[in-house]
Design a binder for this molecule. Structure first.
Ligand code: MRU
Length: 351
């Protein structure tokens, strides 16, 4: 069992993903500012994990607050939410989680502070448990799309390390393997941050799932050689029309999949679907430090002063996506209709 992030009595505890795979170390954040830094610096990363980390950070800030009036606590709470919202712009799960904590805070407004503190801690813990349950449900749905045997390509890390446990894309693969399917994973190394080779390979090997790491530029050749039967990736934000923002390089993989007649699936919880954003062109794309591109393990791989681009995500148009796997079921194009219907159907059920 991988403990990506956990609520503890002394703070929010993270496995430090910047140190994997060579060191398995943990850090405990004792203030909400430390949690915000952990998100910004990728100690914790992956859309669902970022969302729950932010919720836990806010709960931690509220729990340790010295405010002695509701008005004072509200001022501090707003500051905490702002700090979390400024960490990373693309994964909508972050904003979904902040909104959920804000709704809860509003609902608790007239209660004594001690009750508000307790209820917000419980809300963050509930989000953690719900995320694992959603991944398991996604796994059950998505496993039906996996081949009985053969190669499955994934990009970046959409596994236990990117969530509270089990994973989205890797959850689908895990569920298929648990059903007896003989899957061999091809993990794109995922330059520049190497989430594929450092994190995906690490967690799949821990589970004994056969894995081959390839550099990103090998994916097309592997597809052409017939080594890849299916592709499954995660997402950071899915627009209302089904356009998918995910780790940089995903778009390339999707186009290559189409060219080679390979189904390209996206697995994501409903908290990743942003019905308020009409299409992918409106999704903010995070630009990260150029040093992530020019340096590997502190060593320069490019001449000093060269111009660099480092967008952390790209957008794959919906036309390349064979299906979106959520905890509520599998949806297919036209996504404008299917995503909205899925949201409405589930809203009716849960009322
Ligand atoms: O920059 P990262 O490592 O946070 O990017 C992560 C991804 O792009 C994942 O594929 C996505 O968040 C889905 S994780 C279940």
């Amino acid at each position: 069992m991988i403990h990506t992030l956990e609520w503890t009595d002394s703070g929010v505890r993270f496995i430090d993903q910047t140190k994997l795979p060579t060191e398995e170390t943990y850090v405990t954040c004792k203030t909400y500012e430390q949690v915000a830094d952990a998100i910004r610096n990728m100690v914790v990363r992956g859309a669902p994990a970022i969302g729950v980390a932010a919720a836990m950070g806010i709960a931690l800030g509220v729990k340790t607050s010295k405010a002695d009036s509701g008005a004072e606590l509200k001022l501090e709470f707003d500051r905490m939410c702002d700090a979390m919202a400024k960490t990373r712009p693309t994964a909508v799960n972050l904003f979904w989680a902040i909104r959920r904590m804000q709704d809860k805070f509003e609902y608790l407004r007239t209660r004594p502070i001690v009750q508000t503190k307790q209820a917000l801690v419980e809300e963050a813990q509930r989000m953690h448990a719900e995320d694992i349950a959603a991944n398991q449900a996604m796994g059950r749905h998505g496993a039906t799309l996996m081949p009985a045997q053969g190669g499955v390509l994934t990009h970046c890390n959409a596994g236990a390390l990117a969530t509270c446990g089990y994973g989205t894309a890797l959850g689908v693969i895990r569920a298929a393997v648990e059903q007896g399917k003989r899957i061999h994973v091809y993990a794109d190394e995922t330059r520049p941050f190497l989430q594929g080779s450092r994190l995906t390979a690490w967690e799949l090997m821990k589970d004994g799932i056969p894995t081959t790491v390839i550099s990103d530029n090998m994916a097309g050749a592997m597809m052409k050689q017939g080594k890849i039967g299916v592709i499954v990736v995660g997402a950071d934000r899915i627009a209302a029309n089904g356009d998918v923002a995910n780790k940089i390089g995903t778009y390339t993989v999707a186009v290559l999949a189409k060219e080679n007649g390979i189904p390209f699936y996206v697995a994501a919880p409903f908290s990743t679907i942003d019905l308020e954003t009409a299409d992918g062109s409106k999704i903010p794309i995070e630009q990260r430090n150029p040093r992530e591109v020019t340096h590997i393990a502190g060593k320069a791989m490019a001449p000093e002063g060269v111009q660099v681009e480092n967008p952390a995500f790209d957008v794959t148009p919906a036309k390349y996506v064979a299906a979106i796997i959520t905890e509520r079921g599998i949806t297919r194009a036209p996504y404008e209709d299917s995503l909205r219907k899925l949201a409405e159907a589930t809203a009716t059920v849960s009322r």
